[in-house]
Design a protein around this ligand. Sequence first.
Ligand code: CP
Length: 290
Amino acid sequence: MPNMLSMNEMENDTIMKLLKRAQKFQSGESLPLKGTVVNLFYEPSTRTKMSFEMAEHRMGLTVLPFETAFSSALKGETLYDTVKTMESIGVDAVVIRHGEEEYYRQLTGCKTAVINGGDGSGQHPTQSLLDLFTIYQEFGKIEGLHVTIVGDIAHSRVAKSNASALKQLGAHVTLICPSEWSGGYESSDRLDDFITHTDVVMLLRVQHERHIGKQTFSKEDYHKLFGLTVERERKMKDSAIVMHPAPINRGVEIADCLVECSRSRIFQQMANGVFIRMAVLEYALTGEAI
Ligand code: CP
């Protein structure tokens, strides 16, 4: 069965098929699927975990509960042995979020389909697909759009997944961040140079939990330099939209009053996450993107 591990391994044709399939699910198409799924979340999540659960229920799948805090992971069982256990008891697909980058390399010998729900600072393919779906719905295309991704690039699996997929699909991508957060990627620290002509401003969460012990910005300084302030939002093109994968640090990446402004697609992204995950589950369980 196909895995869904990284946007770096996904061809444009597969991406577009998944977006179009998600569109069908959004339009009300239902396709009961047979299969058993387990969501293995070793890092916290609200959106990814809950929207996978919603998608699994809508597809009629059997979902076995798994709570890391009450599992044998606490006795030191490895991820490989956990997934092999799932395979042995008849699980068809696992959704995994794990703090280790590229954790999935150790699972190549497993027959159960693996869907990556986020690996450390590596990749977050289903978030990227739902972001691409949101952009495609808005503009009817991805090629030629200017997308500005702003924030904690070094730690952001969302930025990495989206930057490569967007470029592969023909968008112009600009990365904006403090130079020390660039992670070695080509970037600028001058958001104001790009805000007037970008089609999509994609804000990233400042990952405080990954900055412990390091010098960082005050909330006010970050907002002033890299946040979507009311003044910056006013300079955006009429047609431009604002995105954020969430959770949001209100008043840091985005002014509180802009979170639900007319340009914001933040909650639409979350709604779209269910349809994309239905398409991804179908792909993982049937072996093809329809
Ligand atoms: N966007 C996202 O991955 O959110 P969660 O961490 O809540 O799943």
